[in-house]
Write a new protein. Sequence first.
Length: 275
Amino acid sequence: MAIITISREMGSGGIPIAHKVAEELGYRLIDGEAIMAAAEAYGLSAEAVEQADEKPPHFVDTLDSKQSLDLHLIELIILEAALKGNVVIYGRGGQDLLKDVNSVLRTRIIAPFEDRVERWAEREWLDPDRARYLVRKSDQQRAGFILYYFDRNWENSVHYDLTINTQRLSVDTAVQIICNSVKDENLVSVKANSKRILSDLILRKRVEIAILSATDIDAYLLEITVENGVVTLAGQVHSRAEKKAAEVHARSIEGISNVQNNIGVVEYRTNPLEH
């Protein structure tokens, strides 16, 4: 059940590297195209994927609620593909989504900014100034996505097992480094435990989606964890009815064996001056 995640900077060569790694190993590539192909089966429109995929929030409540739900559905697509194993997950915060899965090879592809600008301008037939703007905007958008949804500095190298600078290394060399690294015995030895962790992550994601989809719960302050099929609900809601509804939605998910409901109820305070 080998899993490789590839984080990349625009113009660093991440696209051809991801495709060639998947081809070399015979793995399935989970990228934007694969997510779009699977979207309809998960109730996602192409427009919804476009709006949520690797995008930071809008900071408009109604838009952010919809985007958050769509992002959870995209993450469910990724998690279910990861459970099947032998996948290359390209971008989408894969290294953070799977941070508790020890058998994942977390890879990052980088290159100096001006090198990336030159490559992008050549690839897309763009004016260098336009390419420079797009590369900088991409960096800001992806950094914002990771910071907001995973609370992590995108560039922090400690969160990657392998960082490859393609300024001088060729695509073929990068591919061989990744293909050799995924066979490391430290990754292979923890595969069995990783399947259980992934199964719990999928159940957690399904519970999150069920609760976020509900109209009878304000789920903003809820915390959901799953271990060995047991859901623990924590955080707070504003009424006992919401607390009960959250548990009902959690129990509705196939594969959940029990629910521990530790949600606190903090009712809205009424301003006496309004009466």
